[in-house]
Design a protein around this ligand. Structure first.
Ligand SMILES: *Cc1c(COP(=O)(O)O)cnc(C)c1O
Length: 370
């Protein structure tokens, strides 16, 4: 693991060198925003650092309640529950909503936390080909009628940067009477006019049939995960969800900075506009240099290098020239699809991205990958 000696920003410091940071999920640059830092410091003065217990015991502070109300409003849903991580949120939701006699239909490229949640639930896992609605429908028709079914998808795929066909998934969920869980980890603050996520992006309304989860660790710039849905669903999770019950409440500093971040996301559309301008500029640039960027349509831009050794060498040479991009290999991605996972931030300048493109071109020419 690389050791970082600075905040997660457009540039970060590693081994005493300042590098252009093209591999964080801090899309809006909020992780090191002064307003979030101030909110965190203020909260620590009142509430201290740790919350000291599970939220069901004595660790449920006023800021948890405020954050959950804010997120429920932001997602236009009745209620919300915050977990200490996005990872445990997926474990917590899936293990409660699916059980031993149920079937969970899962996009083949869904995040590892979803797969682990399904394993924990003991439900039967059925994977469908990536974004393939026909394959999903075949599985739905083939599976026993009497079994409860649940469809689950990343709304923005974390390694490919493409967007799930949510309207089609919702139609199938209605037709076959199942729940649809949307993982908005990379969509929160990024997709939709107001950054509300995949439903806003597609012009869809919240619906009894849809459970929305998201993270506070990516564009929100903090830590934690959340789930939004009906009041009944949230009450049920509070009483049944072991990854919520048997863990300590999120620290005050994180709650306060996340509250501030959601406020900024709601108000500052310019931040999101700059993110998308940067994403389109960098993706367009990489493509016109001849790199393969898969189906990317978001600020996550994979550069396909296929072979693990080439991928890591490419990453090492980028590092030497001042650009930090991690290589991603199996098992995080399927065999033969190793890649440099490039992500842009709203706080990168055009000059920063031009610098990166120049390095990509130079290294691609000598090493291959173009
Ligand atoms: C990152 C991620 C998570 C886990 O979130 P953390 O807050 O990092 O624990 C869950 N789902 C998806 C799709 C993710 O990309």
């Amino acid at each position: 693991m690389q050791v970082v000696d600075s905040a997660c920003d457009a540039f970060i410091t590693i081994e005493g060198r300042k590098l252009l940071n093209l591999c964080s999920n801090n899309y809006l640059g909020l992780a090191a925003d002064e307003r979030l830092k101030r909110a965190a410091v203020r909260a620590i003065r009142t509430f201290g650092v740790g919350t000291g217990a599970s939220r069901l015991v004595s660790g449920n502070i006023r800021l948890h309640q405020q954050l959950e109300e804010k997120l429920a409003k932001f997602k236009k849903q009745e209620a919300c529950l915050v977990y200490p991580a996005g990872y445990s949120t997926n474990l917590g939701i899936i293990s409660v909503l699916a059980g031993r006699s149920d079937i969970v239909l899962c996009d083949r490229l869904n995040h590892a936390s979803i797969v682990d949640g399904i394993i924990l639930s003991r439900a039967e896992l059925m994977r469908y080909a990536h974004k393939d609605l026909r394959a999903l429908e075949r599985l739905l028709r083939k599976s026993p009628k009497h079994k409860r079914k649940l469809i689950i998808t990343d709304s923005v795929f974390s390694m490919d940067g493409d967007i799930a066909p949510v309207p089609g998934l919702l139609e199938l969920a209605r037709k076959h009477d199942c729940l649809l869980i949307l993982d908005d980890a990379h969509a929160t603050g990024v997709l939709g006019k107001n950054g509300r996520g995949a439903l806003e992006h597609f012009g869809l309304n919240a619906d009894e049939r849809i459970v929305q989860m998201g993270t506070l660790s990516k564009a929100v710039g903090c830590l934690g995960g959340f789930v939004c849905g009906s009041k009944d669903l949230i009450d049920y999770l509070v009483n049944r969800s072991r990854p919520f019950i048997f863990t300590t409440g999120l620290p005050a500093a994180i709650c306060a900075s996340a509250l501030t971040a959601i406020g900024i996301i709601e108000k500052d559309a310019g931040l999101r506009r700059r993110l998308w301008e940067n994403a389109n500029f960098l993706r367009g640039g990489l493509k016109s240099l001849g790199f393969e960027t898969l189906e990317s349509e978001t600020p996550i831009v994979p550069v396909l290098t296929k072979e693990p050794a080439l991928t890591m060498e490419f990453s090492r040479r980028l590092f030497e020239t001042g650009v930090f991009v991690q290589g991603i290999r199996p098992p995080t991605v399927p065999e033969g699809t190793s890649r440099l996972r490039v992500t842009v931030m709203a706080t990168h300048t055009k000059k920063d991205l031009e610098f990166a493109l120049e390095k990509f071109q130079m290294i691609g020419k000598t090493l291959g990958g173009i």
